[in-house]
Ligand binder design. Structure first.
Ligand code: ADE
Ligand code: ZN
Length: 326
């Protein structure tokens, strides 16, 4: 088969997707109507027109506004189910899905509503489609650590419904160090640890995500190559980097996909993977990320196999689960 067909048919694992970033504009308007929520956009076209991002913050402002339509457990169920249907169509067999509870609890939505709805949606997709998924609770780094600590405590009655914690939102000015205590608490609870670092922030944030937070995977990490010591360390430790090429393009981390560092990351021996981040906002789900990146960088089947193996090794599964994925 052609490379495009090979990529399309290849079983995939998605390790970096924010469920709130899978809300399509039509769904945002449908939920706004269903819930009686006013939106700062006149219609779907006006909302789509706002998707001309200049950096991470310009995206986050729209993304948090969009998430404001989510109120009921059904909303969370339907959102994650719709994502898993699309992922399944892209041959995703396992997804490890981020959610941002503070975006919802700050509006008065109960933690049980958020986690209960998402868990039910994941279960429904597992039953209907056979797609496996787990949830990772992310702390918003633009808020303070006490808010993150309170969020973790509020989630503990649902401890068995998520496998780990992450760190997302506005990166520059909010270094990993700010969240040392909440990550230590999560680690003590047996949760898996990941953090966004080196997306817009410097390589030093990747280093402190590893050293101060104990992050097991780095989300993005594309700026790591600027630091040769860090690059050597990531390569030697086979630390997984969950790279999101179309996100980096839309948020202007790179000027063109042809400039994307993914090929250089693989050449440097980094355990990179391909993911979609916020596919409803960035112009493509994970299959589209694979296809466009391979075309722009001239990557081959060998690279596809390496990227896939990296994702299998990085997935939060036990030894038997990993053997089944290989
Ligand atoms: N939240 C959703 N997408 C994000 C990204 N790409 N970086 C940081 N926070 C996010
Ligand atoms: Zn992300």
């Amino acid at each position: 088969p052609s490379l495009a067909a090979f990529l399309a048919e290849m079983p995939k694992i998605e390790l970096h997707v924010h469920v709130e970033g899978t809300l399509e504009p039509e769904t945002i308007f449908a939920l706004a109507k269903r819930n009686g929520v006013a939106l700062p956009y006149a219609d779907v076209e006006a909302l789509r027109a706002a998707y001309a991002f200049t950096d991470l913050q310009s995206f986050l402002d729209v993304y948090y506004a969009g998430a404001g339509v989510l109120l009921t457990a059904d909303d969370f169920h339907d959102m994650v189910f719709a994502y898993l249907e699309r992922a399944h169509a892209d041959r995703v067999v396992r997804a490890e899905i981020f959610f941002d509870p503070q975006t919802h609890t700050a509006r008065g939505v109960a933690m049980a509503t958020v986690i209960g709805g998402l868990t039910a949606g994941c279960a429904a997709a597992r039953a209907a489609l056979g797609i496996e998924s787990v949830l990772i609770l992310c702390f918003l780094r633009h808020l303070d650590e006490d808010d993150a600590l309170a969020t973790l405590e509020a989630a503990l009655p649902h401890r068995e419904k998520f496998v780990g914690v992450g760190l997302d939102s506005s990166e520059v000015g909010h270094p990993p160090e700010k969240f040392a205590r909440v990550f230590a608490r999560a680690q003590a609870l047996g949760l898996r640890l990941v953090a966004h670092a080196g997306e817009e922030g410097p390589p030093a944030y990747v280093t402190s995500a590893l050293d101060v937070l104990g992050a097991e995977r780095i989300d993005h990490g594309v700026r790591s190559l600027e630091d040769p010591v860090l690059t050597a360390r990531l390569a030697a430790g086979r630390v997984a980097l969950t790279v999101c090429p179309l996100s980096n393009l839309k948020l202007r981390v790179v000027d063109t996909l042809a400039d994307h560092p993914l090929g250089r990351m693989l050449d440097a021996g980094l355990a990179a993977t391909i993911n979609s981040d916020d596919p409803a906002y960035f112009g493509g789900y994970v299959g589209q990320n694979w296809l466009e990146t391979f075309e722009a960088l001239g990557l081959d089947r060998d690279a596809a196999i390496r990227l896939s193996k990296n994702a299998i090794d990085a997935a939060f599964v036990d030894a038997a689960g990993r053997a089944a994925l290989h």
